[in-house]
Design a binder for this molecule. Structure first.
Ligand SMILES: C[S@@+](CC[C@H](N)C(=O)[O-])C[C@H]1O[C@@H](n2cnc3c(N)ncnc32)[C@H](O)[C@@H]1O
Length: 293
């Protein structure tokens, strides 16, 4: 019988016995269910649950036990201190991508004198995680975000509104740079593009395969198609000395540097991504051809 928070947590653990993340999942599900925050469920252990909450918890635990990511069940994901709405039309933002944002912020801070109101473009914005984190943490930035998916863009716009950032982030739908004007330039272009090859389907974790949007994961037979398009067109949309910041998997890093056509005075910055493939090391603020690996 589940009557209190502490009983709900205990019960959740018994329903998720095979998951290494069972304890964290239980705390996240119960705290989101009750709108308490993770600290709240640990402190207010005797708070009573009403029958509707117990019923909802049961259905959430059934979904989690079947492999569905916690974030799709609760509809929320944390990213660099932001609380974002997520749904199956967007990738669940990853901790690795927080590092990509940090790399961009480092460059923006270093260039603050030269770039007073830096224009930043986030390609393939999904939930809006990268664009919104940059807008929130670097108020001088003028941010644009694009995606090919209408449903993803609607989610990103919903997040911008909820966070009070909609006046500072412009959204556009389209195929990579096709979403912005042909002659529009940016100080920073950042992207976490899809980079899994279609043949790598079997290597992906089961929950990723079953629940995350394929458009966010796969990029043709080589896994490089999106990367190539972005890298090839970046020189047309970066200012002199601008930054192209990408997340990619290590097994793509060699091919990525070969397909690089970044203009001589542009900089490329690559951040390690999560995938079935091993990760690349980070390189930051390097000139063309120098990937720091
Ligand atoms: C790996 S997800 C990244 C989502 C988000 N930026 C993040 O880091 O959590 C890649 C995103 O690229 C979008 N995408 C895929 N193909 C695209 C294309 N041809 N043009 C623009 N966006 C595309 C997907 O819809 C997806 O939202």
């Amino acid at each position: 019988m589940v009557r209190t928070v502490v009983e709900a947590l205990r019960h959740a653990l018994t329903r998720l016995p095979d998951l290494p993340s069972a304890r964290a999942d239980a705390e996240e599900l119960v705290s989101r269910l009750l709108g308490m925050g993770r600290g709240g469920v640990l402190l207010d252990r005797e708070r009573a649950l009403v029958p509707a909450e117990v019923e909802r918890l049961e259905s959430w635990l059934t979904r989690r036990a079947a492999g569905e990511p916690v974030q799709y069940i609760t509809g929320r994901a944390a990213f660099r201190g932001l609380d974002l709405a997520v749904n199956p039309s967007v990738l669940v933002p990853r901790p690795e991508t927080e590092g990509l944002v940090e790399a961009v912020l480092d460059v923006l801070r270093a260039e603050a004198e030269r770039w007073r109101a830096p224009r930043v473009l986030d390609l393939g914005t999904g939930s809006g995680a990268i664009a919104l984190a940059i807008a929130a943490e670097y108020p001088a930035a003028v941010v644009a975000a694009s995606d090919a998916s209408e449903a993803a863009l609607a989610t990103a716009e919903e997040n911008a509104n909820a966070l009070g950032l909609s006046a500072r982030v412009r959204f556009a739908r389209g195929d990579w740079f096709g979403a912005v004007g042909g002659d529009e330039r940016f100080e920073v272009v950042v992207s976490n593009p899809p980079y899994v090859a279609t043949g790598e389907w079997d290597l992906l974790p089961d929950d990723v395969r079953r629940f995350e949007p394929q458009q966010a994961l796969f990029s043709g037979a080589t896994g490089l198609e999106a990367l190539r398009e972005i890298v090839d067109d970046a020189p047309l949309h970066l200012v002199a000395g601008g930054l192209l910041a990408l997340e990619l998997a290590e097994m793509r890093a060699g091919a990525a540097s070969r397909c690089s056509t970044i203009s001589p005075d542009a900089r490329a910055c690559c951040s390690p991504g999560a995938s079935a493939a091993p990760r690349s090391r980070r390189c930051s603020g390097r000139r063309r051809g120098s990937r720091g690996n």
